[in-house]
Design a protein around this ligand. Structure first.
Ligand code: NAP
Length: 201
């Protein structure tokens, strides 16, 4: 049964190119540790600061996200950034989600620690701490230097090391190109979807 108090929403942001077990384990561990009510996966539409032809079309990344999250009862997925025209800004996403979930929703934006390291350069960065807290998920060996993060963000940023994030989307894409197996690195349905649609070849 849900406890009293504001709804605690984890917002899992990323390119998810493709989504893999590391993302799913990170979301599950954080859901548990931060007593979240739900973790909403939000694949980026056109990621800001990125020109990369290795990024699969948004529709495919969206489908893979849905396939990967469907069987977990406290996971869900939103196409809001995929549907939005122009660049995907986290600030706009959070305001839009607060309209849907309620203005008093407590938001925890979860993403990779290397992305969080750049947070002060994000769109409307100065306003972000008013609308969300941040959870930086780091892979083994990656050290986020909290001292380098502006104190304004440091106060509302939590760091969680997730051993399963040894899996990376970059490595999965390389393995596909080299014809190597990707079995067990991502959910079987996502693996099949990638081959059926000839992604990352
Ligand atoms: P990205 O290229 O997908 O990922 C950067 C790094 O973080 C990669 O090492 C990635 O590993 C890891 N990562 C990504 N999402 C993760 C997640 N949810 N949990 C754990 N690790 C994750 O990410 P990005 O394009 O830099 O952006 C990340 C998020 O921040 C997106 O939601 C994006 O919209 C937001 N962002 C917003 C702004 C803005 O508002 N101006 C600017 C930059 C980023 P894998 O490759 O294995 O996924």
């Amino acid at each position: 049964m849900r406890k009293k108090g504001p709804f605690r929403l984890g917002i899992m942001g990323g390119t998810f190119n493709p989504i893999h077990q590391g993302h799913l384990v990170a979301a599950e561990v954080i859901w548990d540790e931060f007593k979240l009510d739900e973790v909403l996966f939000v694949p980026s539409g056109r990621p800001p600061h990125k020109e990369n032809d290795e990024i699969a079309p948004p529709e495919h990344r969206w489908m893979m996200t849905v396939l990967a999250t469907a069987t977990n009862e406290h996971f869900s997925a939103s196409p809001i950034e995929i549907k939005r025209k122009g660049e995907s800004y986290t600030y706009d996403t959070i305001l839009e989600l607060k309209k849907i979930y309620g203005e008093d929703t407590e938001c925890f934006f979860i993403t990779g620690a290397d992305a969080i390291a750049e947070i002060s350069t994000w769109h409307k960065a100065e306003n972000l701490p008013e609308v969300t807290k941040f959870i930086a998920a780091s892979r083994p060996g990656y050290k986020l230097d909290m001292e380098k993060i502006h104190p304004r963000f440091r106060k509302c940023t939590y760091l969680v090391e997730v051993p399963a994030l040894a899996i990376s989307s970059t490595e999965i894409r390389k393995r596909i190109k080299r014809g190597q197996t990707i079995k067990y690195l991502l959910p079987e349905a996502v693996e099949k979807y990638i081959y059926k649609n000839h992604l990352y070849q």
